[in-house]
Design a protein. Structure first.
Lengths: 321, 321, 321
């Protein structure tokens, strides 16, 4: 799911806040339903929070680490499977779809073929062949459970109705996906927040996610009077998937926040300390990173609750919650 | 368990079909019982379906991936353990036996020592040292939960009381065990189906599993008027564990089914597309492969239910189900 | 937890024995509480028994294999994280602390920096950054759940109020931690048992754990008339973490027990057969190793029950159990 599926971000946010305030209100809504969590990539927060959220809703949960529990999958249509891929997505996802009512999938982009990633070939193949409702645990282009958790965190800490939010690029040692900044931009704009995006030239994001944001290369200007500063690395879109060379001075430090005395610092984690963000900031009261992570529980709870209600409605059942 | 343990295949099949029709009929029968699932090899269907079946029956389930969660085991009697094996099967299985009421084990054959594999040394060592009822999640010589699922699938799709079934060897890039074809033959014959087995010369199966089947090297003849065609690779018994060289033309395609217009196609999965079976067949209405996988849930449910009832009887309890 | 946290070893032992005799007495005490089990190292007994104990108490349990499910952690304060460690303990543990009520951690010593290990830097960092009650699943210096299980086993098999216990060093192919012998000595002494420790010169343990024990290099003398003989390898403290060279003749065999006709043999497992302990001993009625492993269930149950009661008391709830 992306905001494409969420026409009412504000309503979903309210539901998440209500569930956090009263977790018992949806305690058994998922009883009898099976959730399969399929990881094609490693995970800490997503793994723990999504399983916990689902169990809190009464669901049965099973986790599959595809490559270590099972084997490598083939995604190519028409492939002659005489190499190292042991099972085609058609069968692997087809079978998983037979077992579960809802399927969560983590599928990072390959960062080699931009079209394949932008088209979400892996996620969509799972969606097609499982033929079941899919929950994104971060896909090639989006990380919606993170963005909703970010929105919850901002709602809890904002003193303004329309805070100024700055998304600032940060250096990193690896080439990272654009899923988090894309999703973040999409959700902040859908929530009608004032969003500034700042990065070195050459790191432009996909405009389809950022339309409505103020985009600049001037970090000082973007951070000025910001209420929330979201720090995140991403790799280049052109040439696609290449790590940006240089930019070490984009490390965010307290020193850069002289004109943003109220700014809270956000990051989706894992964060590279003293590369993306300085220790002094992460260890200061400015930091909301653990609150964001904790709110992953409530974004997952809110989204799973909606998916459960939709399933019940399809089955003609009415639900109390 | 193999058919050796199942004197009444038809009765077990009926139980499985009844459980599929009315899953609630055995919903809590396993409450308070502990199932340990030990994987010495990777697994997708078996892992997901067996855990789900057990939970549906009310059991507690824990999964142990022996090599990644723990360490390598020594199986040799009298070994001086000064190399890389950290724990002897006597202790590892002994401990597991203390924790669980029923233990599921996946233990593929080594394909190096035919006697060791044929004698099921690993599975039997677990059986001996756990001293608990054991559930095969595919062992060196058999895959009974798969074969029962195959039987369920045939029962659901057969228009005849005694369908013609052809088990046809297929090429593969790796040397695979004979467990699936052995088990399949054993169960189909126990169910009194008409079984034809066809393969290139040199790929003879163990006659103790195939006695009663019509065995040939002529694929065209074996497939003619078949109701069900089971496609499967296996490696040679002599020399043991060697992959068959050649045989690429044994790939099953629609073209080969001109004399079998009604034939449904089966495979235990994972399948190598366009090596064992063509895309056109797997993607056609002939294919039952996902139904077979789904029925793994019900073969596991039926077998676990029987094991639970046996445990209760030993404990002098009567059970409603 | 070590004995530092347990002023009343005898009382805890009684609780464990009572729980074993009447498992239902605490069946739902942990309902609604979340236990996270974090493994930085492999595990068989600890993994299975702790999860099972927690579920028996009604807790929700989630397991995280840090390196295979997630990624490598940085522990250095002030590190510039531009290498292979993806997340700092401050965030990783901080997040885990937000999700769970109690956190179990297995963190073996590195065996390179004695001060770091002796100070329990990893365990204490988790304790600090999770800010939640921590359960040791074996840390750098202690393995309390094992030692309590050992105490239960001795209580069940001892004919004397104050049995003679000999802890005898055994050879091994790897350099192993001192956590088990340290913990064992600490708990046996806290229980006022007569403890003899015997090892080749150069393998002295940390006196802070062994004060009160009779320490010798004469294996024959130490074993004489022993009621329980605990066999265990450990590496050197000086030079730190070095495997002892030689000592093959410290392998314990039946032949060495002529003066200890009543002695029962104990080992925490996994054991190297015919390196640490002979087959004849492990396969004889002298061996208690499987009983020890089974009692891990009851040491975990007793300790988790106490932690749950403490949590309830903090929250002002009274508990029936």
């Amino acid at each position: 799911m992306g905001t494409a599926d969420v026409s009412d971000v504000q309503q979903l946010l309210d539901e998440a806040l209500n569930l956090k305030a009263d977790p018992q209100s949806a305690a058994d809504i998922g009883a009898g339903l099976k959730l399969g969590l399929v990881f094609l990539n490693p995970s800490l927060r997503t793994r723990l929070s999504t399983e916990m959220a689902a169990k809190n809703l009464g669901m049965d949960v099973q986790v599959l680490n595809m490559s270590s529990d099972a084997w490598a999958m083939e995604f190519e249509e028409g492939a002659i499977m005489n190499a190292d891929k042991a099972e085609h997505i058609k069968e692997a996802a087809g079978v998983i779809g037979r077992y579960f009512d809802i399927i969560g999938l983590r599928s990072f982009p390959g960062l080699k073929d931009r079209d394949a990633d932008d088209e979400e070939r892996i996620f969509k193949a799972f969606e097609k062949y499982t033929a079941k409702p899919m929950l994104s645990l971060e896909s090639a282009t989006r990380h919606p459970l993170q963005s909703l958790a970010d929105l919850i965190t901002i709602a809890e800490h904002s003193k303004k109705k329309r805070p100024k939010i700055a998304l600032t690029w940060a250096p990193h040692v690896k080439a990272l996906p654009q899923a988090v900044p894309h999703s973040f931009a999409e959700w902040m704009l859908a929530a009608c927040h004032e969003l500034h995006i700042v990065h070195p030239p050459g790191l432009e994001l996909d405009p389809s996610f950022t339309d409505g944001a103020i985009i600049t290369h001037n970090q000082e200007e973007a951070l000025e009077d910001a209420d929330f500063i979201y720090v995140k690395n991403w790799s280049m879109r052109e040439p696609y998937g290449k790590a940006y060379e240089g930019g070490a001075d984009w490390l965010l430090t307290e020193d850069k926040l002289k004109q943003a005395p109220e700014a809270k610092i956000m990051h989706c984690l894992p964060v590279r300390r003293n590369v993306e963000l300085s220790d002094e900031l992460l260890d200061s009261p400015r930091s909301l990173v653990l609150d964001q992570a904790e709110n992953r529980l409530w974004s997952a709870t809110a989204v799973l609750r909606r998916m459960i209600i939709e399933l019940h409605e399809k089955q003609g059942r009415t639900v109390g919650a």
